[in-house]
Design a protein around this ligand. Structure first.
Ligand SMILES: [Zn+2]
Ligand SMILES: [Zn+2]
Length: 338
């Protein structure tokens, strides 16, 4: 009998630890050996001695935290390439979340466990699509793990933004979006929808966009919004971090239409309370239906549920005859909620 993953994948104060591999997955504090699913700040922390991740994740980590803090030693592993780490074989598969995002498959003495990291099933022109991987235990996120969460197609939401730009050609549309992933996806979907004018960026968004472009993601013409005259931004689309759209930075712009691209925009009060005039429901996490579909597709007899609405998903899984339990990992959140 292959050893059940619960005997070799353990919750520790630093996060999930793979004992026979001697490594932590997305550790929440500096460790000797980390395997990182993706570069969002709650999953990729600075200061590890050794980091294994995709080349995309490592590049974004270096951009965001500086090469010296992104791990003393970095090793890139391509998708679907197996690597023996002590007694465990590690293989990374696309998670469809952001550029470089990976699910982590661990094989140990015939047992297979997959840690999804964050993932989504909607198409995203900036990263490879999620690939279901058969396993004995699937560790899934549950950020939007409630039936109320349904994400419409991103292109439909972007077309609503473009309709507003047509309607208010004199106003600046400021879109609040997280700097890694969401920002580049909004740009790429705008391009797919035929928007070919320059797109303006808040200073906080420039570096990661450059990294995406360096890794071959076409984002069209981008310009810094800070250096641009107010006049030039009339009728333009400006992308900024969620924290900037409510403060003085946005109010300097000409009669801005304040927009926000987030899965949380499904909750009307959340948009209203944040002073969002045009909420766009665009999320890089699986919605309720996609969480259930994924659990079905990986075919694991058991799932462990992490950060998000664990209870509802555990209940739904048990109705599908799947064993499910909450994995109480602390320190992870949703990047849009930060
Ligand atoms: Zn994430
Ligand atoms: Zn996360």
């Amino acid at each position: 009998m292959p050893p059940h993953p619960q005997t070799w994948l353990k919750t520790t104060p630093s996060g999930l630890y793979c004992e026979p591999g001697g490594f932590w997955i997305d550790p929440t504090r500096a460790v000797p050996h980390a395997v990182i699913s993706h570069a969002h700040a709650d999953h990729a922390r600075p200061g590890h001695a050794y980091v294994l991740a995709t080349a995309g994740t490592l590049a974004v980590m270096r951009t965001r935290m500086g090469a010296e803090r992104a791990g003393d030693q970095q090793q890139a592993l391509a998708y679907r390439e197996a690597l023996k780490v002590n007694d465990v074989t590690v293989t990374l598969y696309p998670a469809g979340h952001v550029l470089g995002a990976a699910q982590i498959l661990m094989e140990y003495q015939g047992a297979r466990a997959v840690v999804s990291g964050d993932y989504k099933r909607q198409p995203d022109p900036t990263c490879e699509s999620f690939e279901p991987v058969a396993c004995d235990v699937f560790v899934t996120e549950a950020t939007f793990g409630l039936p109320v969460f349904h994400h419409p197609a991103a292109a439909d939401e972007i077309n609503r933004l473009l309709a507003s730009v047509d309607l208010f050609p004199e106003r600046t549309h400021v879109v609040g979006c997280y700097a890694l992933g969401k920002c580049q996806r909004v740009i790429a979907v705008l391009r797919q929808c035929g928007y070919d004018r320059p797109i303006y960026l808040h200073g906080a968004h420039v570096a990661v966009c450059k990294t995406y472009q360096a890794l071959g993601v076409d984002l069209g013409e981008l310009r810094p919004a800070t250096a641009s005259a107010k006049e030039e931004l009339k009728g333009a689309i400006v992308l900024a971090p969620p924290s900037a759209i409510a403060d003085r930075w946005a109010r300097r712009l000409e009669d801005p239409v304040v927009c926000m691209a987030s899965g949380w925009m499904r909750i009307r009060q959340r948009a209203k309370g944040g002073g969002i005039e045009l909420p766009l429901i665009i999320s890089d996490h699986a919605d309720w239906d996609d969480l259930l579909r994924t659990i079905r597709e990986v075919g694991a007899p058991e799932i462990w549920v992490t950060h998000g609405a664990e209870e509802a998903l555990i209940h739904a899984a048990s109705r599908m005859q799947i064993r499910a339990r909450a994995l109480s990992l602390v320190g992870y959140g949703d990047e849009d909620a930060e």
